[in-house]
Design a protein around this ligand. Structure first.
Ligand code: NDP
Length: 501
């Protein structure tokens, strides 16, 4: 293992500049030139500045990555748990050396506020440490009566991820898959190419056997589809929109791939009528506007009892007016720009739709905040007078747009919360914890948090209904890359073959 990493591509400010285009993919253990020739420009969402240029991979790059992963699978899948721990730690160490670079580029390319960039990048590294804790023999083999139940890596895994916290998603999936004994082909969002460049350099630097970890920058249409259609890929783990998840699911059925789909959300925050409104409004804004609403778990429907609406309006408006919007690299910034101008326009379309369908803007509204015309900043917007059948209450906006919906009683709050096509996350606030838990127990969501935003990277994460299929994180995440084989010792005649492809 080398002791220092090459950083010749970093500009004087620590960022990757246009003079250092991203034109390579990680294939077979090496950073190789792209066969694909399509070039895209990369802009800083906070000020519109051109900050990079990326060459996107094509089918040939992707097939090469899949072939490398397939060739590496027989050896990697047979590594011992202790060996895998060492390799996972090497990746964690390589990431540790580049945390500062990765945070800087996450801020510049995605517009993440520094506090959020700190969180996702540190956690990205930590996933490779956490995964080592799962490498216990009992997670791979157990006895049940006469039978030995074995959990085997399923094969080459295709990992496809969105732009809203790219290092976090890439590393979460890669850590679980590699721990399971799968080899991987990663396709991050093409909006995260500069972040992917740093990740590729870390993965290369970690020096895993060639082909165990591959990454191809490119579009979903070309790179993503090639992975989904390949008969040599046995598993897809996808995080992104429900629309693309449905397409992948249909396509993956052709080759009977295992799929894990982490998709959209329209999460409710129920403010129970015994809640302390000051605390509840602060909580609702924290979970509703985290990542400036560009978050699958954002609590975008705020459910308030009719009797406490006036109080809620005052508290929410006061809370929003205090949120600092602006330069993502300033430590007190909370509200960041939308990732692209197109996404900004999409969010504006929803704000217009809310107004045209009869909802009332409590605070925020259409257009850019004064002084931020160059960036893709949308105003944090809270609608009141929203009915749960309005477009803004049903569709995932993925921006800083919250809907306040009133309910008559606890029963109706639960009914409205569950009246959605999604089921990823839900939030409850109230003073009476027994009651809050009673309500939480009736919500159809993969995760429910009460009164404060807590995360548990070892607890299963995933959704009901259109929010996806399967669970990630912890043991559930590891198992999503494993397939079961049972050895029936006493049956005598049963011959078992290896799962090598
Ligand atoms: P998309 O679904 O548009 O894209 C996600 C990834 O899939 C990207 O890498 C994209 O490539 C790729 N992709 C696009 N088309 C295909 C295809 N035909 N085959 C294979 N891959 C394809 O989502 P966004 O990137 O816009 O992310 C936002 C969405 O992600 C939101 O709906 C959000 O809810 C969801 N999300 C879900 C989370 C969860 O854990 N449940 C967490 C975070 C986000 P490219 O864009 O580069 O062309």
């Amino acid at each position: 293992m080398r002791s220092t990493q090459a950083r010749q591509d970093l500009g004087p400010d620590g960022l990757i500049g246009t003079e250092a285009p991203v034109d390579r993919h990680l294939i077979g253990g090496r950073l190789v030139s792209s066969h694909g020739r399509d070039v895209v420009d990369i802009f800083n969402p906070a000020n519109g500045a051109l900050i990079g240029r990326a060459t996107l991979g094509d089918e040939i790059d992707t097939e090469a990555a899949i072939a490398a992963a397939k060739a590496a699978f027989p050896v990697w899948s047979r590594t011992t748990l202790d060996e895998r721990k060492i390799w996972l730690q090497r990746i964690a160490d390589a990431l540790t050396e580049r945390l500062t670079d990765l945070k800087a580029i996450t801020i510049a390319e995605y517009g993440a506020p520094v506090t959020f960039a700190d969180y996702i990048v540190d956690q990205a590294r930590d996933f490779f440490v956490l995964a080592q804790e799962l490498l216990k023999p009992e997670n791979f083999e157990t006895k049940r009566g006469q039978s030995t139940i074995q959990k085997l890596p399923v094969g080459v895994a295709g990992l496809m991820t969105p732009w809203n916290g790219s290092p976090w998603f890439v590393c979460e999936k890669a850590a679980s898959a590699l721990a399971a004994g799968c080899t991987v082909v990663i396709k991050p969002s093409q909006l995260s190419t500069l972040q992917s460049k740093v990740l590729m350099e870390c993965f290369e630097h970690a020096g895993l056997p060639p082909g165990v970890i591959n990454l191809v920058n490119g579009s979903g249409e070309i790179v993503g589809n090639t992975i989904t259609r390949s008969a040599n890929v046995r598993k897809i783990s996808f995080t992104g929109s429900t629309r693309v998840g449905q397409m992948i699911s249909r396509e993956a059925a052709e080759t009977m791939k295992r799929v894990t789909l982490e998709l959209g959300g329209k999460s409710p925050t129920i403010i129970l009528d015994d809640a302390d409104m000051g605390k509840a409004a602060a909580f609702a804004l924290t979970v509703g506007l985290m990542n400036t609403g560009q978050s699958c778990t954002a609590g975008t429907r705020i459910l308030v009892s009719e009797g406490r609406l006036a109080e809620a309006k005052l508290a929410l408006a006061a809370g929003v007016s205090k949120l600092k919007l602006g330069d993502p690299s300033a430590r007190d910034t909370v509200i960041q720009p939308m990732v692209t101008p197109a996404h900004y326009e999409r969010v504006q379309g929803y704000i217009r739709k809310g107004i045209s369908e009869g909802a009332e803007v409590l605070i925020g509204g259409e257009g850019k905040p004064a002084g931020f015309e160059k960036g893709n900043y949308a105003k944090p917007t809270v609608f009141v007078g929203v009915k749960n059948d309005m477009t803004i209450a049903r569709e995932e906006i993925f921006g800083p747009v919250l809907s306040v919906i009133t309910y008559r009683d606890e029963e109706e709050s639960i009914a409205i919360a569950n009246d959605t096509q999604y089921g990823l996350q839900a939030y409850v606030c109230g003073e009476d914890m027994e009651r809050a838990h009673r309500v939480a127990n009736r919500l159809i969501a993969g995760r429910v948090t009460i009164n404060e935003f807590v995360d548990d990277p070892a607890a299963p994460f995933g959704g009901f209904k259109l929010s996806g299929i399967g669970r990630e994180f912890g043991l559930a995440g590891l198992e999503s890359y494993l397939e079961t084989r049972v050895i029936l010792d006493k049956m005598g005649t049963h011959r078992v073959q290896s799962n090598e492809e």
